[in-house]
Design a protein around this ligand. Structure first.
Ligand SMILES: NC(=O)c1ccc[n+]([C@@H]2O[C@H](COP(=O)([O-])OP(=O)(O)OC[C@H]3O[C@@H](n4cnc5c(N)ncnc54)[C@H](O)[C@@H]3O)[C@@H](O)[C@H]2O)c1
Length: 447
């Protein structure tokens, strides 16, 4: 099928590449000229395991093309996917300007029936706005072409995006149009061979499903962080508690890891946007507000522990930092906990020697002139001359480090672990003091 994708970010590029990989004829459009040039030259603007191979294979096969030409993009596909960003507005609600701009563009250039498929995460009712924006452009041209708008939220996880897209848990399709539903069934048919993953519903329910999924996952994390903070104050070990509750199948082990807060491009903005949507319809969501507040506070917990260790004076201290990305297997730094930590450390006149397997360029781009930041080529280099070590991201290569080398390199043999990667007893054996999240009575460090 002929498919157009607007937006070549994490969602758009993965969607385009994977649809091309199963044989569809895909044209990806982006307003970012530089990005499209890089893609045309075979360069992938983001780090996502497996993506580069799929993109280059399908570009070579002629099934995946890139353009900045909006008219060409609209002409190309009967299916027009919107996968542009929906960043938070000043008041926390989703900024829909990019989504509606695409809708207008489609109305401006379409010459026959199109299905506009919204993959961006958008508030309930956005489908109506997308329809109205495209329809307004058509009215302006005096055309009465047929048009359907479908909500098809994306559930892929950064770091596992290709696999998630190829083997989705579910494909949610929100539309009342039989014609659009059939076209969507056809385009996704190759992903349903093992069993049918399609879930059909009305458009508003599909839009809410995406927010409900992210809000539920964020709630699980904030809940565990709340219990971890309690565990520290009560002399309990959150890792024992986690195993104790995860074994209950009604709770399960997924997404109950305590840590130094969630980040990324989705959870923070989606929880805020849903809370904002609730307020707009006269409902104050106490639970969503609490999820957000707990997370905002959790992002300061590591700094508080480091600061407490040094008696509140961090001036001139050097902190080795392992992990910058908001989670492993991505270079995405949006809302990363490491950013809150580093910014707190710089405010306290400490310096940071950081290493991340993938997010160094992105960090450099965000903090180009930060004197308190030194990016190091390896995790070992980050330790040299540092006072203590802090871990913010659970990359695999941090899981089993050379502990004696860490103890020897640091001025103070102390590890602050925001992801609970190690057994406390093991570090003690190597002469390292270990402060993790929610682990035992010696862990509590008040701000
Ligand atoms: N990143 C994720 O893991 C993820 C997962 C599920 C859903 N989502 C949602 O998907 C949407 C996109 O997220 P992302 O992380 O891929 O964003 P992104 O910021 O990585 O990419 C968005 C792209 O859209 C382009 N763009 C903006 N205006 C455009 C226009 N008028 N025409 C064409 N392109 C345009 C930008 O240049 C950019 O390349 C968001 O709503 C997000 O919430 C993201």
């Amino acid at each position: 099928m002929k498919v157009t994708i607007f937006g070549t970010g994490y969602v758009g590029l993965v969607t385009g590449a994977c649809l091309a990989d199963v044989g569809h004829d895909v044209l990806c459009m982006d307003v970012d000229q530089g990005k499209i040039e890089r893609l045309k030259n075979g360069q992938i603007p983001i780090y996502e395991p497996g993506l580069e191979a799929i993109v280059s294979h399908n570009v070579e096969a002629g099934r995946l093309l890139f353009t900045t030409d909006a008219e060409q993009a609209v002409q190309h596909g009967i299916l027009q996917f919107i996968a542009v960003g929906t960043p938070p507005d000043e008041d926390g609600s989703a900024d829909l300007q990019y989504v509606t701009a695409v809708a207008k563009t489609i109305g401006q250039y379409m010459t026959d029936y199109k299905v506009i498929i919204d993959k961006s995460t958008v508030p309930v009712g956005t489908g109506d706005k997308v329809y109205a924006a495209a329809r307004a452009s058509l009215d302006h041209r005096g055309l009465e072409l047929e048009l359907d708008v479908v909500s098809n939220p994306e559930f892929l996880k950064e770091g596992a995006a290709v696999n998630d897209f190829m083997k989705p848990d579910r494909i949610v399709i929100g539309t009342e149009s039989e014609r659009a539903r059939e076209l969507l069934r056809e385009v996704y048919y190759p992903f349903n061979r093992n069993h049918d993953r399609m879930i059909y519903m009305d458009r508003r329910s599909a839009e809410l499903t995406k927010y409900a999924a992210n809000a539920m996952l964020a709630t699980k994390i904030s809940f565990m962080n709340e219990i971890a903070n309690l565990a520290e104050r009560l002399g309990a070990d959150i890792e024992a508690v986690r195993r104790g509750i995860g074994s209950d199948p009604r709770i399960g082990y997924h997404f109950i890891y305590p840590g130094c807060g969630y980040g990324g491009s989705c959870f923070p903005k989606d929880v805020t946007a849903l809370s904002r949507t609730a307020r707009d319809c006269g409902y104050e969501s106490r639970l969503l507000n609490a999820v957000e507040a707990v997370n905002a506070a959790q992002k300061h917990v590591l700094f508080d522990k480091v600061s407490h260790y040094f008696g509140g004076d961090l001036s001139g201290k050097v902190v080795a930092l392992w992990g910058l990305a908001f989670k492993p297997n991505t270079d995405d730094m949006r809302e990363a906990s490491a950013r809150t930590l580093m910014e707190n450390l710089w405010k306290a006149d400490a310096r940071v020697q950081a290493f991340d397997p993938e997010a160094m360029d992105e960090t450099q781009r965000i903090y180009p002139d930060e004197e308190g930041l030194q990016l190091c080529g390896t995790k070992e280099q980050a330790l040299k001359g540092a006072d203590v070590l802090v871990i913010c991201t659970e990359w695999k290569e941090f899981r089993s480090p050379d502990f004696p080398a860490i103890a020897a390199a640091l001025r103070e043999p102390v590890v602050f672990d925001g992801r609970n990667l190690y057994e406390p007893e093991m570090l003690t054996r190597y002469g390292l003091m270990y402060y993790a999240i929610g682990r035992g009575s010696n862990q509590f460090q008040s701000a």
